[in-house]
Design a protein around this ligand. Structure first.
Ligand code: LLP
Length: 429
């Protein structure tokens, strides 16, 4: 089988390390399933991206939905990022990480009154609206607070990002943004509202995009629109090209940040704007693993299964997108490969981490590393089947830190109570 290695995850003497810490050591200290992140990876990825766009006025807003542990948010903020948040919950996480309001952008296709109020109270740098209706609401709320709200429209450029349909967002048929064909008039109408300042244009055409072509096409369309809107006297300042940069999970051929910059900068460099990027996955995915232990191995009518303690409740991506996550033993034992499904303990046939996968034969008790789990891993975890969400650890050189411990059974019950009156009634009937 292939073992994936990188600067952050290596196999000195056939045992996996995250930076300078043995993964086995983390398993014995914190148990499994366990999320492990590499600080070095996150840092280097951010610098690489920022460097590629350094010739223009730009700012990276880390899309915290990819991995919103407050330490991850703080790390990117310290590197110079702003933070893109998609809900009040994410905004409050960013605040908890110490990020000031003017370093935040609020996205989201259905912001509530409460969320808009919170964002305005926190003085966010920009709200990205997805309908005219929403801008009218933002205007009313801003008026009631006696302020002017900075707003950008997410414009749908009707470009096929060529990615999984569930994470493709830039086609006319998708629910996101306003149509490019109507944007000029919509901008003019909204800019006339008393308590809104239209200050930017935004797109996000999808996620895990592995070709720079759709980016270039969409940016070119938006650049034309940007010029027309400015000509109408709307003082746009920010040009947000969204997130979506694809990464290598398996064999994907991906583009580098500098290749993306080569395609985009010629289009935007004369726009007299701040270029905004809002990546999530690119900065985090390959900097994290989900560590799981083999509980049992079995064979049903010739089909082999590895039953691991990690499940769809820890990493949902394989179940809902059939996403590929490479899985490799933490210790190379030089055993023969087997072809198997790697499944979790949840009572669903859809509970798998890999199907028909070739892997060096794991035995009960062996640790497995599920790779590329730093993005859309922990944030999509659930408590289904009464499972506690996994802890998160960050490694920094030869040090490591528990960012969040494993949930307890008390967490699972939160404030659920037996309502006596309800059950008295039941027993009297
Ligand atoms: N900005 C907006 C408005 C977004 O909706 C997203 C992701 C991003 C930025 C960051 O995109 P990224 O750079 O990470 O591709 N759960 C799916 C991914 C859903 C992405 C949703 N939006 C998955 O596990 O693949």
């Amino acid at each position: 089988m292939r073992y994936f290695e990188s600067d952050s995850f290596t196999y000195p003497e056939n045992k996996m390390f995250c930076e300078e810490v043995a993964v086995e050591k983390l398993a014995s200290e914190f148990g499994t399933p366990l999320y492990i992140y590499s600080r070095k990876f996150f840092t280097e990825r951010f610098k690489e991206l920022s460097e590629a766009f350094s010739s223009v006025n730009h700012k990276i807003y880390y899309a915290s939905k990819a991995n919103y542990n407050i330490n991850v948010i703080k790390l990117f903020s310290d590197l110079g990022a702003g933070i893109d948040v998609n809900s009040a919950g994410e905004l409050l996480r960013a605040k908890e990480a110490g990020i000031s309001g003017n370093e935040l952008m609020l996205s989201g296709v259905g912001k509530t009154v409460e969320e808009i109020k919170l964002a305005l109270k926190e003085n966010v740098m920009m709200l990205k609206a997805e309908s005219e209706d929403e801008v009218i609401r933002i205007n009313e709320i801003a008026a009631s607070m006696g302020i002017t709200a900075p707003v950008a429209f997410r414009v749908n450029p009707d470009v096929d990002a060529g990615t999984h349909p569930y994470i493709s967002t830039g086609l006319a048929e998708n629910k996101f943004g306003i149509p490019a064909s109507e944007a000029l008039d919509t901008y003019k109408r909204c800019n006339a509202l008393s308590n809104v300042k239209m200050c930017g244009i935004d797109m996000h055409i999808g996620s895990q995009i592995t070709s720079a072509d759709p980016f270039e096409e969409a940016v070119a369309r938006l650049a034309e629109l940007y010029k027309k809107i400015r000509k109408e006297g709307v003082e746009l300042e920010h040009f947000d090209i969204g997130g979506g940069i694809g990464i290598r999970y398996n064999d994907e051929k991906v583009f580098t940040p500098s290749q993306l910059a080569d395609r985009i900068l010629p289009i935007v460099k004369d726009l007299d704007c701040q270029l905004v990027l809002e990546p999530g996955r690119f900065l985090t995915a390959n900097g994290g693993i989900l560590l799981t232990e083999t509980l049992y191995t079995k064979e049903n009518r010739g089909k082999k299964f590895i039953v691991a303690d990690g499940a769809m409740t820890d990493l949902l991506r394989p179940s809902i997108y059939k996403a590929y996550h490479h899985i490799q033993p933490v210790v190379k034992n030089n055993r023969a490969d087997i072809t198997c499904d790697v499944v979790g303990p949840v009572c669903e046939s859809g509970d798998f981490l890999a199907k028909g996968r070739e892997i060096e034969e794991p035995r009960s008790g062996d640790l497995l590393a599920v790779m590329s789990a730093g993005a859309y891993g922990m944030v999509m975890a659930s408590n289904y089947n009464g499972r506690r969400r996994a802890p998160e650890v960050m490694v920094d050189g030869n040090e490591y830190f528990l960012l969040r411990s494993r949930e307890t059974y008390e967490h699972l019950l939160y404030d659920e109570k037996l309502i006596e009156k309800l059950h008295k009634k039941e027993s009297n009937e």
